[in-house]
Design a binder for this molecule. Structure first.
Ligand code: SAH
Ligand code: SF4
Length: 359
């Protein structure tokens, strides 16, 4: 049943919210619509409508035409958790075909940031991560990535100003949809979120980083480093067996040459695994010549593994080991600690509940 719906939605009908304005113009040509209609329709679609009848300034016939050829991708709120500590919101969203993804909305002084998912599950299999536990189910469409923002905007009557692509999935494994999303989200008649306010995090698909640099987008590229040594990195991140650290650092240097943007390295501190002085010294060596920032994240324990975060003293000590060497390193503030705000765990729990219900 699930497969059938997927086919109807994704093959027979057009995913309207993923269309560029020119593509909507093309579609409406068949209806002999004047050009300004495309812009109106585009604005409605990008605002996150969930029903064609919300397009109140569009003639009824045209709404019916759009309904007959297309569908509205949606992220329906299945669960919503709000942190009583800092107001961070975590959503479990249900997609049109019944799959689940997660998003987190965080309030900072400089604006509201959403952490979006890019795939249902993840194919990369990093050992410390809840999102990769059962592999990838499918890519998200550009509209499904956008919808995570519009649903949260509409639900809270807010305007999200910053996006981090750090939820479930590997954005560069879903390359075309990621590029389409970036173009749509920054469009002035759409959500109009500037590319400078967007970070894309990758586990290090070198060929895709090179491809991304050709687009020369002013987004922030975040690299999930987690170890400066190939041996440890390959143990915790299988992607390193294909693209090792030397090739990753070359890609970062090339990316920076083209875009001029500072690169951010994510480093999940795992007690006794990657938090010794030797690791700090090697981070210093491999990042030499790269204008960068190191983001230290005490690892979030996942019940399927034994990784633990180092104690506070060890975390501060590691930061000092880096800053003493002239590196710019900060410790990520934990938001939503009471709702377990890092991604992947709610979806995992939901999948387990579903399995229990079937049995
Ligand atoms: N797939 C992309 C983006 C999503 S993961 C990537 O790997 O970069 C977002 C960030 O969360 C990555 O830096 C990832 O390494 C980190 N992460 C995943 N599981 C974590 C955990 N249990 N504790 C701390 N950070 C984690
Ligand atoms: Fe996928 Fe990123 Fe998790 Fe690795 S850390 S499994 S790439 S989501």
């Amino acid at each position: 049943m699930r497969c059938f719906i997927k086919r109807v939605n994704r093959i027979s009908k057009i995913d309207l919210k993923s269309l560029y304005i020119e593509e909507i113009e093309e579609l409406l040509k068949q209806e002999n619509a004047p050009k300004f209609r495309a812009k109106q329709v585009y604005k409605w679609l990008q605002s996150g409508i969930t029903d064609f009848d919300e397009m109140t300034n569009i003639p009824k016939d045209m709404r019916n035409y759009l309904r007959s050829v297309g569908y509205l991708a949606d992220t329906k709120i299945e669960r919503k958790l709000v942190s009583s500590i800092d107001g961070t919101i975590k959503y479990l969203y249900k997609l049109n075909d019944g799959e689940y993804i997660e998003s987190v909305v965080m309030k900072y002084e400089h604006g509201i940031t959403v952490c979006v998912s890019t795939e249902v599950g993840c194919p990369m299999g990093c050992k410390f991560c809840a999102s990769g536990l059962d592999g990838k189910v499918r890519d998200l469409t550009a509209s499904e990535i956008l919808s995570q923002i519009t649903t949260a905007n509409r639900d809270n009557n807010i305007r999200i100003s910053n996006v981090v692509m750090m939820g479930i999935g590997e954005p560069l494994d879903n390359f075309d949809n990621t590029i389409r999303f970036l173009k749509l989200v920054s469009e002035k008649d759409g959500l109009n979120i500037g590319l400078r306010h967007i970070s894309l995090s990758t586990s290090g698909l070198v060929n895709r980083i090179n491809e991304l640099s050709r687009y020369n987008l002013p987004i922030t590229l975040s690299i999930s480093l987690h170890s400066p040594f190939d041996k440890t990195r390959s143990e915790i991140m299988p992607v390193n067996k294909k693209w090792n650290i030397a090739s990753l650092m070359t890609a970062c240097r090339d990316y920076q040459k083209v875009t001029g943007r500072r690169i951010s390295f994510e480093y999940a501190l795992i007690d006794g695994v990657n938090d010794s002085e030797e690791y700090a010294e090697e981070i210093y060596k491999i990042t030499r010549g790269i204008m960068c920032h190191i983001n230290l994240i005490p690892v979030n324990p996942v019940k399927e593994n034994d990784y633990k975060k180092p104690n506070k003293d060890k975390i501060f000590r590691f930061q000092k080991l880096l800053t003493r060497r002239g590196l710019n390193a900060t410790i990520r503030r934990t938001l939503g600690a009471d709702i377990n705000a890092s991604c992947g765990q709610l979806r995992q729990k939901k999948e387990e509940e579903n399995i229990e219900n079937i049995q």
